[in-house]
Write a protein of this length. Structure first.
Length: 184
């Protein structure tokens, strides 16, 4: 199957469309809670490749699946895709309470694979077959056993994700405090 057709199936199965690359705001569903974020140029630059990673790895778009693809991408490396680093660290932190086993396996898989973040978006990717692209990126099998080194690297990455996620609450508290102090 061509990547274009596989991505179309992925979009249809998840209620997405290519129009999501041009929308000003994007709705992310965190369980029952909808969260809207700015669909910045940096996010779009990364999410085009992220969507292809979903196709190549088979990880779904549930909280757990987004945690798995985040673990995979963080381990494989997000290069200079700063939006991918940021979003993936948050996704990993959000998925951690559901269990670390699948996240660790996805991380180990990512350490043994390459990803698309070492390049810019190229429509030609859509014309490749899924199998060819998986092979070119050396996508490791889904069920891999993490080495001790991968376990340590995963723990450090998860800790970084939690720190980034918790920093949002510090920023929110500072904003609320500034607003409240202005009301005096």
């Amino acid at each position: 199957m061509r990547v274009r057709a596989a991505r179309a199936e992925y979009f249809a199965a998840n209620g997405f469309s290519e129009a999501g690359y041009t929308d000003r705001l994007v709705k992310l569903q965190l369980g029952p809670v909808p969260v809207y974020i700015l669909n910045s140029a940096a996010r779009v630059r990364s999410v085009r490749l992220h969507d292809i990673h979903h196709v190549l790895t088979g990880y779904d778009t549930t909280v757990q699946g987004e945690g798995e693809i985040a673990s995979f991408e963080l381990a494989a490396g997000c290069a200079d895709h700063w939006a991918a680093w940021y979003l993936n660290l948050n996704a990993l932190a959000i998925a951690l309470p559901q269990g670390t086993g699948p996240l660790l396996r996805a991380f180990a898989r990512g350490r043994r694979s390459r990803c698309l973040y070492d390049r810019e978006w190229d429509e030609a990717i859509l014309d490749e077959t899924v199998g060819t692209l998986r092979s070119r990126l050396a996508i490791a099998p889904r069920e891999v056993e993490a080495t001790p080194g991968e376990r340590v690297a995963f723990a450090a990455t998860a800790a970084a994700g939690v720190a980034v996620f918790l920093a949002h609450f510090g920023l929110l508290a500072a904003l609320v405090a500034a607003i409240l102090s202005g009301l005096d």
